[in-house]
Design a protein around this ligand. Structure first.
Ligand code: F6P
Length: 542
């Protein structure tokens, strides 16, 4: 294995020198003018998707240095260690093997256990989908973080693959409004609750599960009915049993929460889209795993994205990245990616516990296109921060079998508008509009009294704002699996170079502990010993 931290690599200083010499002032427009086939050179086909990197502030010299940095940091051996099941989550002594969950039968580590668990989960999902027999019309999935975001995002994305007459609901927030809103229209006799918690100790999930059970029993149901209407997905089967749940699908400590949708935590996905489609989701992810494991670094999509993240975060100093999926089904993708990236790489010390002298995870945020255009894109185009944007476009729409005739034609036309918007935004971010161009224009809604020079300054755009476009042929279980795996590996790559543990999340513990201490004070009003602000707020709440 190479050196453990990017700043110890000779390439780090070379990258800084290269940034000072030409990287800072790199202009994507000039790069296109100078490089005849910049698009061909800076785009790659990966499994199920195409990645256009050409509108980024990158050239061959930058990439060569970033690749040298990756090699110096032993990225290839770190990747091997991850895939071979070494305990890369060293603060918890755990392997990180979500890739084993999507390996074909007989391949991958722990294959026998993985396949047995998958088969049992899929068989159960199919039994629920047989609604004539199961009598289930609504499935309420209760979980939070990794036990919610992945399943909720995937079920939303694959709506056109779901079964009519069987509705999936996701409840995560400890705010009772979340559960109350879902329960309002449900009948206990036709509802199945899936309680998803790796640890089965998470306050929010257990509170929602207790309330759901209370609602269920209050509807005249018995404990025996609970056994048929509540199932759990957890690696803590004992705690699930103590809760009164008889059917628990278990999994292993080497499946991290934010990497768990491929495990039994994916039960609501399997119920929504069926066993065959769930297997396609796994197969798409596996195809990306193979690409990640075997493609040379310079053509490896997750590696290139991860290296670009380092270039932007540590040299350009860009502190956030916006994700704009131009597909309504992917509207929860930014929220999912927030946990994946920020819980993984939001770390301040290296593997030896030394405080890092450089920045790590960017803020990841976004909204489905075109909605984001009418909210925050103004800032992306003309604001004072440069924020790289990741566009995700899907070539072919899939509106579902109910969309026929004139409606199908009309929605197909809308899809072209959607794609045109997506392309136009990345084009506008790059091109910008010069002061001279703005000066030469007559904007119908612009002030007639303001000096034209002043107006032109308001109406010009700096341009040279970087973006990446990911293009999928269609949004299918297979392509979605590949897309998610692409992001998982990309997060691994930047984390590996930063020399951090991307697989723990100690930062969420302090708030949990303080919450447990504060909870009784909310009932008894005791503000003694608290800081002034917390004491003041507590008294206001009383
Ligand atoms: O937010 C912290 C966290 O531990 C996440 O990593 C995890 O996905 C989430 O809580 C839920 O945990 P569990 O599945 O154990 O309920």
């Amino acid at each position: 294995m190479g050196i453990s931290r990017c700043d110890q690599s000779p390439a780090w200083a070379l990258l800084q020198a290269h940034f000072n010499a030409s990287g800072r002032d790199f202009d994507v427009r000039q790069a296109f003018a100078a490089e005849a086939d910049r698009f061909g050179h800076w785009s790659i086909a990966a499994p199920e998707l195409f990645v256009d990197l050409s509108k980024n502030r990158i050239d061959t010299a930058t990439l060569d240095l970033l690749l040298q940095l990756a090699r110096d940091c032993g990225l290839e051996s770190q990747r091997e260690a991850l895939l071979a099941g070494a305990p890369v989550n060293l603060t918890e002594d755990r392997a990180v093997l979500h890739t084993a969950l999507r390996a074909p039968a007989g391949a991958g580590l722990f294959s026998a256990e993985v396949q047995a668990s998958l088969a049992a989960m899929l068989a159960y999902a199919e039994s629920v989908r047989d609604t004539a027999r199961s009598g289930i019309t609504d499935v309420v999935h209760i979980g939070i973080g990794g036990s919610d975001l992945g399943p909720a995002m995937v079920v939303g994305a694959l709506q056109s693959y779901t079964q009519p007459g069987l509705k999936l609901h996701f409840v995560s927030n400890v705010d009772g409004h979340d559960l109350a809103g879902v329960l309002r229209d449900l009948k206990a006799s036709t509802t199945l609750f899936v309680i998803a918690s790796k640890t089965f100790t998470t306050q929010e999930t257990l509170a929602n599960a207790q309330s759901a059970k209370a609602w269920f029993l209050a509807a005249g149901k018995s404990e025996a009915d609970v056994a048929r209407h509540f199932v759990a997905t957890s690696s803590n089967t004992a705690a699930a049993a103590a809760f009164g749940i008889q059917t628990t699908f278990g999994f292993w400590d080497w499946v991290g929460g934010r990497y768990s949708l491929w495990s039994v935590i994916g039960l609501p996905i399997a119920i929504a889209i069926g066993a065959d489609n769930f297997r396609s989701l796994l197969a798409g992810a596996h195809a990306m795993d193979e690409h990640f494991a075997h493609t040379p670094l310079e053509r490896n999509a997750p590696v290139l994205l991860g290296l670009l993240d380092i270039w932007y975060r540590n040299f350009h100093g860009f502190s956030s990245r916006s994700v704009a999926p131009y597909h309504q089904g992917l509207k929860r993708l930014p929220a999912y990616l927030q946990q994946l990236e920020m819980e993984s790489n939001g770390k301040g010390v290296d593997l030896q516990g030394q405080v890092l002298p450089y920045a790590t995870s960017p803020v990841v945020w976004g909204e489905a296109g075109t909605n984001g255009q009418h909210a925050y894109f103004q800032m992306l185009h003309q604001g004072t921060d440069v924020i790289p944007v990741e566009f995700i476009a899907v070539k072919k729409p899939n509106f579902g079998a109910h969309v026929q005739g004139d409606l199908a034609r009309s929605l197909a036309d809308q899809h072209l508008k959607l794609l045109a918007n997506c392309l136009a935004q990345s084009q506008a971010l790059m091109q910008g509009k010069s002061y001279e161009e703005a000066l030469g224009e007559q904007a119908p809604t612009a002030s007639k009294t303001l000096a034209s020079e002043v107006l032109a300054r308001h109406r010009s755009f700096p341009g040279n704002r970087p973006s990446t476009t990911l293009l999928l042929d269609e949004l299918s279980p297979r392509s979605l699996g590949a897309l998610i795996a692409l992001y998982e590996h990309r997060v691994f790559v930047s984390g590996a170079l930063w020399g951090i543990n991307s697989f723990d999340q100690w930062g969420v513990e302090l708030g949990k502990a303080l919450c447990n201490k504060l909870l009784p004070r909310l009932s008894n009003g005791d503000a003694g010993g608290l800081d002034g602000s917390t004491a003041g707020l507590l008294q206001k709440i009383q």
